[in-house]
Design a protein around this ligand. Structure first.
Ligand code: URQ
Ligand code: ZN
Length: 483
C-alpha cells in the first residue's frame, strides 16, 4: 500500500494529548493529520476508511525510548530482531522505538551506526531512532560524536557505569564524554550502577556458593544503583551537561533523581523507569525454577521490596520521574541457560515493548494514580520532546505524523507468553490482567492493528533523525546560564 492511500477518518473518539482531552474527529491524509475538530467542520473525502472510535480514546502512539533489538550481548544475541520486535511494539500500541546502537569496545561509532541502520532499515514495522552507546573513550570517539550529531541524526549517547572491563567508563571518561556531549548540544544518558562494587560482590557470592539467579540482585542492591545515580548527576552538573538516567529501578535511585531535580530546579536531570519496574518485582529471583528466576534477570535488577512498583508510579505521577521505556532485551529460556550454575553469565534482559502501554495504564490510570493526559506524557509525548521530534511525533494535532492508538480503556486482556508477539518463550508479566487494549494502531496513517487484528509491513518503518539542541532540555539550561 502506498502512503498516498494512508487516509483515514476517525470519528466519535476522545482525543487525549499530554495537556488536554476533548471530543473530536481526526482526518488523516497521506499519513499526516490534516484535521482535528468537530464533524460539522469537515468534509470527509469519498472512499476514506472510517473508524468509529465511540467510547474510545484517540492518543499519540507510544514512543518507546529504550529497546535492544537483535543486540549482540553476553555471548548471544537478543531474540527479538527489528522485525519481530517492532511488530510486537505495534501490537501493543507503540508506533516508534528508539534503539541503542552499541559499538564493541574499540570499534568505531560510525561503523556500529551503519551496522544498526543496515539491520533495522529493511525490517522495522514502525518508525525508529537511534541512541548510541559510548563503550570506550578516545579522541576518535569524541570526533565521531560530532559526525553522529551533525550528519547521522543521533542526539543521545549512553555511557555505562557498570559492566566492568566491558563497557564501564571511569569518572574521568564520564566527565570528558559529558563535556563533549554538552558542547554538541546533545544529551548524555547513563546506565547507573557501580560496576566496581558489583564485580567485587559477584566474586564473593560465587565463592560463597551462591550461583543461582538470586545472586544477581544480591550483587547489585539498591544502594549500588543509588550511589551511581547520585554520582552521575553531580558529574554531569559539574560540566553543565543534561543527563538522562535510563531504567531507574529502585526507590533509593528514584529518590536520588528527585533530589537532583530539586537541587537543579528541574533542569539537567531526567529519569526514566520501565514497564518492568512498574509491573513486577524482584521476589521472582528467589523462585526455585531457574527458567522463571533467570527470566527476570535484568540490570539494574527488579527489587525484592514489593512496594517499589507503586513508589515508582508515584514518582512518575509527580514528575520526579519523567517517562517510561521498556528496555526490551529478550532472550529465550535456552539462552538464559548460559548462566546455569553462574548467575553472572545469565544474559541480562526482559520483554516490555509490547506490554508497556497496558502495564502503565493498569498500574497508573486504572489504579487512579495518574490521568490519561499524564499517561500520554509518560508513554509518548515527553520522549518526543526530549529527543527533539515533537510535534512531528507525540501529539494529535494538524501537521503531526498520524501515529495513533485508538485505545479501549475498559477492555481487558491477560498477558501471556502464549499470545504475545515476542520471539521469546517467557513473559515477565505472565497472567497479569490489564485494562486498556489497543483496538486500532496507525503508523503514519497505515492501519497496523485493525479492530484488534495485527497487520504490519516489514520495512514500512523509517529512520527518524533526532536533531540536537532539544528546546525541552536546552532552553531551561541556557536561559538560566545567561541570567
Ligand atoms: O544493560 C543493558 O543496557 C543491556 C545490555 C542489558 N539489558 C538490561 O538488563 N538492562
Ligand atoms: Zn537497556
Amino acid at each position: 500500500m502506498s502512503s498516498a492511500e494512508h487516509s483515514v477518518y476517525i470519528k466519535n473518539g476522545k482525543v487525549v494529548n499530554d495537556d488536554e482531552e476533548f471530543m473530536a474527529d481526526v482526518l488523516i491524509e497521506n499519513g499526516i493529520i490534516k484535521f482535528v475538530g468537530a464533524a460539522a467542520d469537515i468534509k470527509v473525502p469519498e472512499g476514506v476508511r472510517t473508524i468509529d472510535a465511540a467510547g474510545q480514546l484517540v492518543m499519540p502512539g507510544g514512543i518507546d525510548p529504550h529497546t535492544h533489538m537483535e543486540l549482540p550481548c553476553m555471548d548471544t544475541v537478543t531474540i527479538d530482531d527489528f522485525y519481530g520486535g517492532t511488530r510486537a511494539a505495534v501490537a501493543g500500541g507503540t508506533t516508534m522505538i528508539i534503539d541503542f546502537a552499541l559499538p564493541d569496545k574499540y570499534e568505531s561509532m560510525l561503523v556500529a551506526y551503519d551496522k544498526w541502520r543496515s539491520r533495522a532499515d529493511p525490517k522495522v514495522c514502525c518508525d525508529y531512532g537511534l541512541h548510541m552507546g559510548i563503550t570506550w573513550w578516545s579522541e576518535q570517539v569524541s570526533a565521531e560524536l560530532g559526525v553522529l550529531c551533525k550528519e547521522r541524526g543521533v542526539n543521545s549517547f549512553k555511557s555505562y557505569m557498570a559492566y566492568k572491563g566491558v563497557y564501564q567508563l571511569n569518572d574521568t571518561e564520564l566527565l570528558d564524554s559529558f563535556e563533549r556531549i554538552r558542547s554538541l548540544h546533545a544529551l548524555a544518558m547513563v546506565h547507573a550502577e557501580n560496576g566496581d562494587i558489583i564485580a567485587k560482590n559477584e566474586k564473593r557470592l560465587l565463592a560463597q556458593g551462591i550461583t543461582g539467579p538470586e545472586g544477581h540482585e544480591l550483587s547489585r542492591q539498591e544502594e549500588v544503583e543509588a550511589e551511581a545515580v547520585h554520582r552521575a548527576c553531580i558529574l554531569a552538573h559539574q560540566v553543565d551537561c543534561p543527563l538522562y538516567v535510563v531504567h531507574v529501578m529502585s526507590k533509593s535511585a528514584g529518590i536520588e533523581i528527585a533530589r537532583a531535580r530539586q537541587r537543579y530546579q528541574g533542569k539537567y536531570i531526567i529519569g526514566e523507569t520501565l514497564a518492568a519496574g512498574l509491573g513486577t518485582d524482584g521476589t521472582h529471583y528467589h523462585c526455585n525454577h531457574f527458567a522463571h528466576a533467570a527470566g527476570h534477570v535484568m540490570s539494574p535488577p527488579l527489587r525484592p521490596d514489593t512496594t517499589t512498583p507503586e513508589f515508582l508510579m508515584k514518582l512518575l505521577a509527580n514528575n520526579d520521574l519523567s517517562l517510561t521505556g521498556s528496555d526490551n532485551c529478550t532472550y529465550t529460556t535456552k539462552q538464559k541457560e548460559l548462566g546455569l550454575g553462574n548467575f553472572t553469565k545469565i544474559p541480562n534482559g526482559i520483554n516490555g515493548v509490547e506490554d508497556r502501554l497496558s502495564v502503565v495504564w493498569e498500574k497508573g490510570v486504572h489504579s487512579g494514580l495518574i490521568d490519561p493526559c499524564r499517561f500520554v506524557s509518560i508513554t509518548s509525548t515527553t520522549a518526543a520532546k526530549i529527543f527533539n521530534i515533537y510535534p512531528q511525533k507525540g501529539r494529535i494535532a494538524v501537521g503531526s505524523d498520524a501515529d495513533i492508538v485508538v485505545w479501549d480503556p475498559e477492555a481487558t486482556r491477560t498477558i501471556s507468553k502464549h499470545t504475545h508477539h515476542h520471539a521469546c518463550d517467557f513473559n515477565i508479566f505472565e497472567g497479569m490482567v490489564v485494562h486498556g487494549v489497543p483496538k486500532y494502531v496507525l503508523v503514519r496513517g497505515r492501519i497496523c492493528v485493525d479492530n484488534g487484528t495485527l497487520n504490519v509491513e516489514k520495512g514500512y518503518g523509517r529512520f527518524v533523525p533526532t536533531p540536537v539542541r532539544s528546546a525541552f532540555i536546552y532552553d531551561r539550561i541556557e536561559t538560566s546560564t545567561s541570567q
